[in-house]
Ligand binder design. Structure first.
Ligand code: AMP
Length: 505
């Protein structure tokens, strides 16, 4: 079954409903969306594209993104959405790695790719030509099996070259059904705002809206403009979005200062990085009871665990605080197991590597049998995250295994130190990393974005008052901002590199 059948079915049932909007303007209703996707499939076939061929998308968030993506599926091809902020050299590397036949680009990205020596015939920049086609609805849809690849999701490559996560038709289907069953139900006319790139996890969340006849809204700013966000959230019905924790914080700060109208919000789904308790409490106080958390990764897209609204709003529960600090329980299509380094299941409460199996787990990495064999063992995906399950099945993440710091033989999870430092009113943002230490093996360095005047001595005293001595950062570095990727995740790798340079100087 081809995923594009969902679009076809919704277009039949809800032809006139808004499907894709640019700000407050409807660009495609469902009839036009399906026609544009079918027209894209027809044009792709005319270019010689066969089922299974890879098609890149290297462009900013625009309304055209979605029909091009669904047209790629209609033709049975595999979409390779790429972060529009990659350097064209990196995008060219990805296209070469997956031997893409063609890449959809806007003009600016097309120019950049040509400068990398990419042949003009492999770049599709005349997007209007692809999307045009009143007569296309009869365009046959390619047959697909559940095991066929649908989306190659390239990891950010912070440790070496990016890897292409192969997401199948099955993975995307179950991910969508998981969203609808545990994150929130979607009705025709409900809206999903896309301030984050469609090429990444947040973009995957447009699928439930296509299946249910909701409207996917691309902001005219192309990204996150808080004023625009809140005005769109009042214009469109039951507005939801996916937001990394730093984006949640920005939205909450803005709404507090500008007294924004939040009555149109349905759900802000947060995830992708640790959410600190202090931040989610502040966000709920300003934005209201509109939060759900998910934990996932490219290899199990958006779907490992969920902390649903019903738990987040159940403040009377005796273990509410612990639950808020967790990432919730397994979504219905996955099973979670905590394992030791040698793959042995660990008892409840013991931290170990989070392993997952189920319908949403990737097929493997594109053409990388060794990395695939390391990540997928005995049917389990080894996520590289360290976590522990409690008696109720709630999963608490400590850190990525590579972020764990071992100092004087003690395992220290930087997240715990970050949570503690954030309790101090003089700390606006913080990220803690390890650095080599001749005496202790590793020691902690805290990068702090201060709020007002704050000294190292004050922070040290605060840490001593809250946790074991050995966990105190040995060094504080005060910075104006933390390096983040365009989804709002703090780039610890960049901080570690910065630290290594400082050490060497
Ligand atoms: P990516 O594949 O780039 O989406 O990154 C996935 C990683 O982000 C996961 O392996 C986790 O380390 C982290 N992550 C995702 N969701 C959460 C969450 N809710 N809380 C903490 N970390 C998360």
């Amino acid at each position: 079954m081809n995923l594009a059948l969902w679009l076809q079915a919704t277009a039949r049932a809800h032809a006139e409903r808004p499907a894709v909007a640019h700000g407050t303007d409807v660009v495609f209703n469902y009839r036009a969306f399906a026609q544009a996707a079918a027209a894209t499939a027809r044009r792709l076939r005319a270019c010689g594209i066969a089922p299974g061929n890879r098609i890149g998308l290297f462009m900013d968030n625009t309304p055209a993104y979605l029909p091009l993506l669904w047209g790629t599926w209609w033709a049975g091809a595999v979409a390779v959405p790429m972060n529009a902020r990659l350097h064209a050299r990196e995008a060219a590397w990805i296209l070469d790695n997956c031997t893409a036949s063609l890449c959809f680009c806007d003009d600016a990205h097309a120019t950049d790719l040509r400068q990398q020596g990419m042949p003009t015939g492999a770049i599709a920049a005349d997007l209007a030509m692809f999307l045009r086609g009143q007569d296309a609805p009869d365009e046959p849809m390619a047959a697909r099996t559940e095991d066929d690849a649908a989306w190659l999701f390239y990891t950010s490559g912070t440790t070496g070259k990016p890897k292409g996560v192969v997401l199948t038709q099955r993975n995307l289907r179950w991910m969508t059904l998981a969203y609808l069953s545990t994150v929130q139900a979607v009705q025709p006319g409900d809206s999903m705002l896309h301030p984050a790139p469609l090429s990444h996890g947040a973009g995957l969340y447009h699928l439930p809206y296509v299946l249910q006849g909701g409207v996917n809204v691309v902001p005219t700013s192309g990204g996150l403009d808080c004023a625009e966000f809140f005005s769109l959230a009042t214009h469109w019905r039951n507005a939801s979005c996916f937001a990394a924790p730093t984006i949640v914080k920005r939205l909450a700060n803005w709404a507090r200062v500008h007294k924004s109208d939040t009555s149109g919000l349905a759900t802000i789904v947060y995830g992708g990085a640790p959410m600190y308790l202090a931040d989610i409490e502040a966000a709920r106080a300003t934005l209201g009871p509109h939060f759900a958390q998910i934990y996932g990764q490219g290899e199990s897209p958006m779907t490992i665990s969920v902390l649903p609204k019903s738990v987040i709003e159940d403040g009377a529960h005796p273990r509410w605080r612990a639950r808020m600090a967790s990432v919730g329980f397994a979504q219905p299509m996955v099973e979670i197991s905590i394992r030791s380094e040698d793959g042995e299941p660990l008892p409840t409460g013991t931290p170990g590597e989070v392993c997952v199996r189920g319908e949403v787990v990737m097929a493997g990495y594109w053409n990388q049998p060794e990395s695939t064999a390391a990540a997928l063992r005995d049917g389990w995906l080894y996520t590289g995250d360290i976590g522990a399950l409690d008696d109720d099945g709630f999963l608490t993440l400590m850190d990525r295994s590579k972020d764990l710091v071992i100092s004087g033989g003690n395992n220290i999870y930087p997240r715990e130190i970050e949570e503690t430092l954030l309790l101090h009113p003089g700390v606006q943002e913080v990220s803690v990393i390890g650095r080599p230490d001749p005496q202790w093996g590793e020691s902690l360095v805290a990068y702090v974005v201060p709020r007002g005047e704050i000294s190292t001595e004050q922070l040290d005293a605060h840490c001593l008052a809250h946790m074991g001595r050995y966990k105190r950062p040995k060094q504080y570095r005060f910075v104006a901002e933390l390096p983040k990727n365009n989804y709002g995740k703090v780039l610890k790798t960049e901080l570690r590199e910065r630290e290594a340079r400082l050490d060497g100087s």
